[in-house]
Design a binder for this molecule. Structure first.
Ligand SMILES: [Zn+2]
Length: 248
């Protein structure tokens, strides 16, 4: 084997070891041009490469919605759009390694998943999700993605009302609604999803092949996530969303 070939092969082996995705699973798994790596946050091939990283159709629809909102003096800005597995892993591990100092693993995990997804399961991996703020107003100090900023006299209240009225016309739906009977993540008035595309991602995420591939990912605290826990997590958190975003 020549040196170049060896380097290529060993790089592939290194990637394979890091994520340990079975290549047979990968080839089985593709739907509407969505590959399993796109679902897991391991590849950006489904994204429009620009200053805003979003799935291609989502990107077009978002720009249309943004220009319409500007007419009403609302400047839709994406606080968080696409997030890679690596990024979600960093968020998760930072929280997990902090909480595990003072909590048992069950408590630590249940605290993290109030707002943060388990790496490899985040809808933000899909590029179809946007956490929105309004850049037209003076931004408040501190954490922007807080419920009080989106209601009452909050700075993003006008944006939220506008989105209530108009988002659907552009294909965007609130994911984690205020409905008290909904399971999964808490209410997030900032998180919208581009339904025409994210329904396909969710359809794939509900398949066993996806779960098997997810099982091969590695991050701190993963050994504490039992099969039983993950089955109920996929059910409660994966489908505990606005019914308009459920695949047919
Ligand atoms: Zn979000």
């Amino acid at each position: 084997m020549n040196r170049k070939r060896f380097i290529q092969t060993s790089t592939l082996v290194a990637i394979g070891t890091q994520f340990s995705i079975n290549s047979k699973l990968l080839s089985l798994f593709s739907y509407e041009n969505i590959e399993i790596e796109n679902l897991l946050g391991l590849s950006q091939s489904h994204l429009k490469s620009d200053t805003i990283l979003l799935e291609k159709d989502t990107y077009e629809a978002f720009l249309e919605m943004k220009s319409k909102a500007l007419e009403d003096r609302i400047d839709l800005r994406i606080a968080s759009g696409y997030r890679s597995f690596k990024h979600q892993k960093a968020i998760w591990e930072r929280k997990f390694n902090q909480l595990i100092k003072t909590h048992n693993s069950t408590k630590a995990i249940s605290e993290i998943i109030t707002y943060s997804s388990i790496p490899g399961t985040s809808r933000h991996h899909w590029g179809t999700e946007v956490d929105l703020i309004d850049d037209y107003v003076n931004l408040p100090d501190g954490d922007l993605l807080m419920e009080e900023n989106y209601h009452g006299n909050g700075p993003f209240s006008k944006m939220r009302s506008w989105m209530d009225e108009n988002a659907e016309n552009f294909g965007f739906e609130l994911v984690y609604t205020k409905n008290k009977n909904r399971s999964g993540f808490n209410y997030e008035p900032w998180h919208y999803s581009f339904a025409p595309k994210s329904k396909s991602f969710l359809k794939l995420q509900l398949q066993e092949n996806y779960k098997k591939a997810w099982g091969n990912l590695k991050f701190d605290g993963k050994s504490k996530l039992t099969k039983k826990f993950m089955d109920s997590y996929f059910n409660d958190y994966g489908t505990g969303i606005n019914p308009s975003l459920m695949p047919s």
